[in-house]
Each structure stands twice: as structure tokens, then as C-alpha cells.
Design a protein around this ligand. Structure first.
Ligand SMILES: [Zn+2]
Ligand SMILES: [Zn+2]
Length: 124
């Protein structure tokens, strides 16, 4: 296997692991599938550096760009829960974040240069 291929495989594994870990703690996520390497996101990433994940493309699935796995864990969790908020509400960004705060008790924050979804992972 090419080194670049191997790197992208281990990145996808990381993303899958984070996703399964989250799904064990967030029952609503356990019915959802993760689709890494969606060609539509690859196109969207050429236009926007903030394009990492989306929903509504495949039924009951969150599509992710492989690059998502390179982000800090706080961003990965934030993105995945935000997307789950879209699936749960069928609505826009605001409603998705309100759902995360109200139903999951997880406030979605926006941080970093890209102003990306971010979740505080410190135990309280
Ligand atoms: Zn997609
Ligand atoms: Zn959104």
C-alpha cells in the first residue's frame, strides 16, 4: 500500500472510532451511518474550507470528508453532533444547534480560524 493510502486509511479509522464511541453514548446516533469520502463534499471543499460533513445526501447518514479525521477531537465531535441535529430536526444550522443543547445537553460552540463546530470535552 502507498504511504499516502495508509495514512488516509488510519485517518478514516480514527473517524470511525470517534463515531462509534459517540454512538454508544448518544442513542440517536446509533441508527445513523457514517459515509467517509463523499464525492459531493470533495467538490464542496474546493469552494469552502469549512465543508467537512453534510446530511441529506444519503438516507440516515452523515457524509464526511476524510480530512475531518485530521481535526482536533473537539471539532470532530462538534461537527458530528451538529449534523445529527440536522437529521433530528430536518432544519437549518440554528435549529440543529438548539437541538444539541436542549436534547443532548451539549452546547455547540464555534472556534478556530474556520469558525468550526466545537464541543467542550472536559468533564464537569
Ligand atoms: Zn454526501
Ligand atoms: Zn449545519
Amino acid at each position: 500500500m502507498l504511504p499516502s493510502k495508509r495514512r488516509s486509511k488510519s485517518r478514516q479509522n480514527r473517524l470511525n472510532k470517534v463515531f462509534s464511541f459517540l454512538a454508544r453514548h448518544v442513542p440517536k446516533l446509533s441508527r445513523i451511518k457514517l459515509f467517509i469520502g463523499c464525492p459531493v463534499i470533495r467538490q464542496e471543499r474546493k469552494k469552502s474550507k469549512r465543508a467537512f460533513c453534510h446530511v441529506g445526501h444519503h438516507k440516515e447518514a452523515i457524509c464526511c470528508a476524510p480530512e475531518t479525521a485530521r481535526l482536533p477531537l473537539n471539532h470532530i465531535v462538534g461537527l458530528l453532533l451538529h449534523e445529527l441535529g440536522h437529521l433530528a430536526t430536518g432544519k437549518g444550522d440554528l435549529e440543529a444547534d438548539v437541538w444539541c443543547a436542549k436534547v443532548l445537553g451539549v452546547p455547540i460552540q464555534y472556534k478556530g480560524k474556520l469558525h468550526l463546530e466545537w464541543v467542550d470535552l472536559k468533564p464537569h
